[in-house]
Design a protein around this ligand. Structure first.
Ligand code: FAD
Ligand code: SIN
Length: 519
């Protein structure tokens, strides 16, 4: 058993930024970050467009950013949460800069501001088209130089430790305390109980439950699965954002993103008939919020019987090459020449608006358990996230958790008998192929039946298929040796199940949610 003051699960912006703040404020306390793969692997690393912040008060205002966020979220966001996050953005930006993040600036030293769908002003601070990589690099550098932060790589959180593990019967709705987490150390092939005064889920997204996604392989909904099993409240999982412009390529997994900032800089979306069609769907055209653009593309692909449309940058090629060098070079690598040809694109699962329910302080419904970043549901996004608001949300909620942790006392673990992990019926290693096979069945089911446009029939079919897979996964989990693959599979099936069941419960369309039977 290992003890720490603060246990942070995940090393993206949500986890790292909190660790940095805590280590500066409490140099005498111990902070543990566990992360299931390499320390830099995360959704954060792939963020392109940037972070939305009001910096130019002559043309922009907090009020405008608040209204853009509220309106992109179909007026279902929590206005207090939106205000808190938007208004602290300039301070959080300042901290990122102090921690070494380089945001692009003009020759005069002014921040260079991009624009994306749903934003009424240019307000996206960025580092070329690799903003996330720059943030991840800087935060990790900082973390590695702090003596009181320990980072465990290849450390896969399995389950939160609650009273249930101490032999107490707990029901959903009871006050439940979280004491830490069981973690599978994959290189040593053993399981460690990590006990902590406060545990923070910062496990990121769930895009991998879909066949086509912009999310890297680690985005398997682990935090949501763990929280759900520990009986924490999870909400809004029916709200999946599909990014309109992922590069269409049959062999590329995950899908490579073509940033919305490219449309912000002037690119046009063209259908199979060569027509620029988005203005037929919304007067903001290419810069309408994502849910509108993705649904329009989906409809256009169905109407013309094809599986992709195109992005045209030929009229702005110099700007494209200069501002989006990473995207340009990816196109070249795939033998797509954006100077001469349109880039094939299609929507892909990109972001989960819902997740583990938190309040503005980052507290979940379990005592001493916090959640932050994409795995959490703070109320900022309503039913559709405004572009480039998620890096901001993670860093702002980190700050709020940091403030709240001042009031959390160390838990006395001396009286507790936290049992070591009990490996039940461990038997011969089952074929990895079986796990892979179910993983891909889950992805197929989700993509076919629980995509951009849903219906009652599609959701019922998904539910039937997933219940069979759920039983198979639980059986496999009980009888397999512990592995990262089986941990992920167990979380993927739980998360998929929640997406489908929360979809079936939703009785109205709004934002990213669209069920054709509710029209
Ligand atoms: P992540 O960065 O995903 O980090 C999660 C961490 O948890 C990872 O280290 C992972 O390995 C670890 N983890 C997961 N499960 C476990 C487990 N069981 N045990 C241990 N560790 C675990 N948002 C913007 O605001 N602006 C953008 O420009 C932007 N562009 C994007 C582009 C792409 C291609 C993608 C995929 C997303 C983009 N987003 C953008 C969304 C944004 O990047 C994410 O929402 C945000 O980075 C999430 O941060 P996070 O810290 O919550 O999670
Ligand atoms: C993008 O660059 O298009 C992604 C921005 C986001 O998801 O917020």
């Amino acid at each position: 058993m290992l003890k720490t003051d603060y246990l942070i699960i995940g090393s993206g912006i949500a986890g790292l930024s909190l660790a940095v703040k805590l280590s500066e404020r409490y140099p005498e306390r111990d902070i543990c970050i566990v992360t299931k793969g390499d320390r830099d692997e995360s959704n954060t690393k792939y963020a392109q467009g940037g972070m939305a912040v009001v910096t130019d008060v002559l043309t922009d205002s907090f009020e405008k950013h608040i209204q853009d966020t509220f309106s992109a979220g179909a007026k279902e966001g929590d206005i207090n949460v939106i205000r808190n996050i938007v208004e602290q953005a300039p301070d959080r930006l300042k901290e990122l800069v102090e921690w070494g993040v380089n945001f692009d600036r003009s020759r005069k030293g002014e921040l260079s501001l991009g624009r994306e769908g749903g934003h009424s002003e240019h307000r996206i601070v960025h580092h070329k088209d690799i903003t996330g990589l720059e943030i991840e690099r800087s935060l990790l550098y900082y973390v590695e130089n702090q003596k009181n932060i320990r980072v465990f790589q290849n450390a896969h959180a399995i389950d939160l430790i609650t009273e249930h593990h101490l032999g107490k019967k707990v029901r959903r709705g009871d006050e439940i305390m979280c004491f830490g987490c069981y973690v599978f150390l994959s290189e040593e092939h053993r399981i460690e109980a990590i006990i902590s005064s406060a545990t923070v889920l910062a496990t990121g997204g769930l895009g991998q439950v879909y066949q086509t996604t912009t999310n890297p392989i680690i985005a398997t909904g682990d935090g949501i699965g763990m929280a759900y099993r520990a009986k924490a409240e999870v909400e809004g999982l029916e709200l999946i954002q599909f990014h309109p412009t992922a590069l269409y390529h049959t062999e590329l997994k995950p899908s490579f993103l073509i940033s919305e900032a490219v449309r912000g800089a002037g690119a046009s979306v063209i259908n199979a008939e060569g027509e620029r069609f988005l203005l037929n769907y919304d007067k903001r055209g290419e810069l309408a919020p994502r849910d509108i653009v993705s649904r329009a593309i989906d409809q256009e692909m169905k109407r013309t019987g094809v599986d992709h449309v195109y992005l045209d940058v030929t009229h702005m090629i110099d700007k494209f090459i200069e501002e989006f060098p990473n995207i340009y070079s990816k196109c070249q690598e795939l033998f797509i020449d954006p100077t001469l040809q349109w880039i094939p694109i299609a929507p892909a699962a990109h972001y989960a608006m819902g997740g583990v329910k938190i309040n503005l302080k980052g507290r979940t419904s379990l005592k001493n358990l916090y959640a932050n970043g994409e795995c959490a549901s703070s109320g900022l996004h309503g039913s559709n996230r405004l572009a480039s608001n998620s890096l901001l949300e993670a860093i702002a909620i980190s700050h709020n958790i940091f403030l709240d942790l001042e009031n959390v006392n160390s838990i006395d673990t001396s009286y507790m008998n936290i049992p070591d992990w009990y490996v039940q019926n461990s038997c011969e290693v089952r074929e990895r192929a079986l796990i892979e096979f179910i993983r891909s069945e889950i992805q197929q089911t989700m993509s076919r039946y629980v995509g951009i446009v849903r219906s009652n029939e599609l959701l019922n079919r998904a539910s039937t298929r997933l219940s069979v897979l759920y039983a198979e996964v639980l059986d496999l989990y009980k009888t397999s040796n512990m592995s990262s693959a089986i941990i992920e599979l167990r979380n993927m099936i739980a998360t998929s199940y929640l997406i489908v069941e929360q979809s079936r419960k939703r009785k109205h369309n709004s934002g990213a949610y669209f069920n054709s039977d509710l029209v």
